[in-house]
Design a protein around this ligand. Structure first.
Ligand code: HEC
Length: 154
């Protein structure tokens, strides 16, 4: 299956990407940091692309929007499988603060709200509802910023 077919598949097995993040196993703590930073980086790429299309900074392409929405839905879940204890900043260039572990329920709530908003983004794209899409992208952006303010070192 090509990557784009994978990303377009409507029936992604989201059950295996549930909100209560099952931790992945990494050989080295540095590998966990690299994994989550890469996932966040890709999340940003698709989030920015979809935002640019909905704001008409670039032409709105419905197929690309579906790719972005599917990617966002998956990528909003992936980083949270890679926060094993002992991987706070400054390990391997990480900006993760200790509060991720000391205030774990609050961190999990923030991750869950991002995932719920990502599901709404996905729904809005599927329906072609651009008004709702702009609104939900805004709300998701606020969730990104709030979590970074609270849990990411400057
Ligand atoms: C629940 C908390 C949380 C939410 C929500 C969140 N992030 Fe982050 N993000 C983090 C943390 C923690 C880091 C630092 C990870 C590290 O350096 O180990 C981070 C790092 C990043 C990075 C830097 C990756 C790198 O290469 O260092 C980007 C880009 C990013 N986030 C984008 C986003 C976007 C876009 C959203 C919303 C669509 C988002 N994040 C939502 C917690 C969050």
């Amino acid at each position: 299956m090509t990557l784009s077919r994978f990303l377009l598949a409507g029936s992604l097995a989201l059950a295996s990407l549930s909100a209560s993040a099952q931790a992945l196993t990494f050989d080295k703590p540095e590998d966990a940091v690299a994994y989550r930073q890469q996932a966040f980086g890709l999340l940003e790429t698709h989030f920015s692309n979809l935002t640019a299309m909905t704001l008409n900074r670039i032409p709105y392409d419905p197929l690309q929007a579906r790719l972005d929405a599917n990617a966002i839905r998956v990528l909003s879940r992936l980083p949270f499988h890679a926060f094993p204890a002992g991987t706070a900043a400054p390990l391997a260039g990480s900006r993760a603060t200790d509060q991720i572990w000391t205030a774990a329920p609050r961190y999990a709530d923030s991750a869950r709200s991002l995932q719920q908003e990502s599901d709404k983004i996905h729904g809005a794209v599927a329906r072609g509802d651009l008004v709702q899409l702009r609104k939900t992208l805004n709300e998701a952006g606020a969730i990104c910023r709030k979590c970074h303010d609270q849990f990411r070192a400057r």
